[in-house]
Ligand binder design. Structure first.
Ligand code: ADP
Ligand code: GN1
Ligand code: MG
Length: 364
């Protein structure tokens, strides 16, 4: 689709003269553009067309993000030497004062300051970077632990609820609208074999042994920006910040920070969880959260990567069977390829689970 980005840009109260707008980043959900301004000393911007099939209530979504970014901004201002514009997202209000606009075609848009001089990684190649990512998420959770006011809206209900995800999968399999189930028999078997054990974290929550906290819920490594020296800079993609278990953030971060291959690697023999990257991320994360997590949360951290990698593989597979309506895809069978790579990663985690537990136990 072609958009008149300049016209949309002009609806926001941005500083700086429009120079150009180009697609940016590797997100699977929104359409993201980098807007460059003509004046070198002025900020550039990120303009996003929001996916309102995925996020059904944009005003609520934006209200969450307004509250979260205002709180982070307030906290950072109290830290001497902090670079507020780069260490948290800054929304740019529209001319009517709202933090988003709806254009005449019914598209929703929002704008952030572009975080300058950042580095973004889809694959992590050194323990130092993994460590910094862990610190960034740990600090993010700590800073939001005293967010004042009412609970955040659940922008996607039951987002990491594995029972609901399994139900949706079974329902999609039954419909099999794209006639794809037969070609994914091995993957389907893989899911049902593990369905029960994956309810562990959900059950601990039900038993009151782990608390709901404010979590990010989408801690894929490219949602954590590092600075020009590869130090933790900013956690972005705040659409799913809402109540959750810390395991969701830990698990999703390991899924991406410790996988030595791409999320959608076709050559499955290349997919592997690197235990050194796992250790480094966990060290960074626990350096910020060791004192706040309870014993049960700590005890089951090592299980989290298996759960979240399985959950996201299941969502890729569900979307494949459903005919690719949720995640952006770049070729036919892309969601199946993603699911296969992620299931292989689950196996790699299963193979190393004893060691993962030992590492966490030693650290807490
Ligand atoms: P999606 O939900 O589609 O993943 P994101 O909000 O994560 O959307 O944005 C997609 C990508 O755009 C990010 O992975 C990142 O590379 C880039 N990005 C988003 N916001 C900013 C920002 N404020 N500054 C710099 N880059 C950003
Ligand atoms: C999506 O938005 P993005 O690309 O950072 C998805 C995550 C998945 C991830 C898999 C709102 O993340 O849940 O883990 O793709 N976000 C949403 O790569 O569904
Ligand atoms: Mg993203």
């Amino acid at each position: 689709m072609d958009f008149n980005l300049k016209e949309i840009y002009e609806h926001f109260t941005a500083d700086g003269t429009w120079l150009s707008g180009e697609p940016y980043g590797n997100g699977h959900i929104h359409d993201t553009f980098r807007i460059k301004t003509a004046e070198p000393e002025k900020d550039d911007y990120i303009l996003q067309r929001l996916n309102n099939r995925v996020f059904r209530n944009i005003p609520e979504l934006q209200e969450n993000i307004e509250r979260v970014t205002a709180h982070l901004n307030h906290k950072l201002r109290q830290i001497p030497g902090s670079d507020v514009k780069r260490e948290c997202l800054t929304l740019i209000p529209a001319r009517d004062g709202k933090s988003w606009i709806c254009d005449s075609d019914g598209n929703y848009w929002r704008m952030y300051i572009f975080i300058s001089r950042h580095r973004s990684y889809n694959i992590v190649d050194t323990p130092d970077k993994a460590y910094e990512g862990g610190k960034a998420i740990g600090r993010f959770q700590a800073m939001l632990s005293d967010l004042p006011g009412k609970p955040l809206h659940e922008t996607i209900p039951y987002f990491h609820d594995i029972e609901k995800r399994l139900e949706a999968f079974s329902e999609t399999l039954e419909r099999d609208p794209a006639n794809r189930a037969l070609g994914a028999k091995n993957e389907i078997d893989f899911v049902f074999k593990r369905a029960d054990e994956m309810k562990l974290i959900l059950n601990l929550g039900r038993e009151g042994k782990i608390p709901l906290r404010i979590t990010h819920n989408d801690t894929k490594f490219n949602n954590i920006l590092l600075d020009e020296n590869d130090k933790a800079l900013c956690v972005i993609d705040l659409d799913t910040v809402m109540p959750g278990y810390v395991h969701y953030d830990f698990g999703d971060a390991i899924r991406t920070a410790a996988n030595i291959a791409a999320e959608d690697e076709k050559e499955l023999s290349k997919v592997k969880m690197d235990i050194g990257l796992f250790e480094a991320y966990a060290r960074g994360y626990l350096s910020e959260t060791r004192d706040t997590l309870n014993d049960t949360e700590k005890e089951f951290l090592a299980f989290a990567p298996r759960l979240i990698t399985f959950t996201i593989a299941l969502r890729f597979l569900t979307d494949y069977i459903d005919g690719d309506h949720y995640f952006k895809i770049h070729h036919e069978n892309h969601n199946l390829q993603r699911a296969r790579a992620q299931f292989r990663l689950v196996e790699s985690m299963e193979e190393q689970y004893g060691l993962m537990r030992k590492i966490i136990r030693r650290m807490v």
